[in-house]
Write a protein that binds this ligand. Sequence first.
Ligand SMILES: [Zn+2]
Length: 320
Amino acid sequence: MNEKADGRESILRGIRVLDGGMASELEYQGANIDGPLWSAHVLEDAPEKVVAVHRAYIEAGADCIETASYQVSRIGYAEFGLAPERADAALLKAVELARAAAAEFPDRRVVVAASLGPYGAALHNGAEYHGNYDCSFAELVAFHRERIRVLAGASDYQSPDLLAFETLPSLEEARAIGEALAPWPEVTAWFSFTCRDAQHVAHGELLSDCAAVVARFPQTVAIGVNCTQPALIPALIAELRKATDNPVVVYPNSGEGWDATARHWTGSSDAEEFGAMAKEWFAAAAQIVGGCCRTRPAHIREVAAVVADCPSPSTNAKPA
Ligand SMILES: [Zn+2]
């Protein structure tokens, strides 16, 4: 990792605006993201499109960007006959592309977070949204550890500033990641959960319980919620605040919902509405706000405008 352990707390200092969705934005860039291993194809065949998405988010005001590696894993690649080395290389390539985009903005400090999805994301069956995995705790630890090993050993331009463990559905998976991280106390990470209501993560545990557990890991620099309905965010920030004084990061979905029967998106993805909600989230003491599924640079521009309107925000906010 680029920062020493003693610099860990400073990595997110002053950082307020995270980027938005990667997959849908790649589609707008003309990338083919059909199929479960879309990031493998895009990282290898159209890296300039990944850079273009990063660039669009930095231009929109993001001061933290996430790599295009959410579902990159050895297990996921093996399922499609791809060698483990190819998954490892894709993780590093994703960081390299984010660094390349950030380097285009020499006057800005842009933090690069390695996006690491949960085990369910590697299964390609939506299991991350309930967290009922057919695997042992040891297998979960091994799954996460192999990716951590690759990124912790990366040098310079392939090394992320932090690991973003995200869309975590359960307390068990959070515990498994803590175990997986144990050999690398110097690594920096955030933990972000996907929630099914105003109090509970997707698998059913209390978000506050999950936050209390991950707050004890030496690697943790922020705790949050992503891939969740935006309407739930104020209540979920309050749940996090009950359990931890770690900086809070929230990056919910756009506000649209997938109607599985009618097979189309419903609800609003209005960027201005998203900005109005972001104002509430900052007011509720979220330090960093971004977007997950179906959010676009327009959403992030609105979030950045909220920050610009509040020039002296409470960074590393702690509960009053
Ligand atoms: Zn999402």
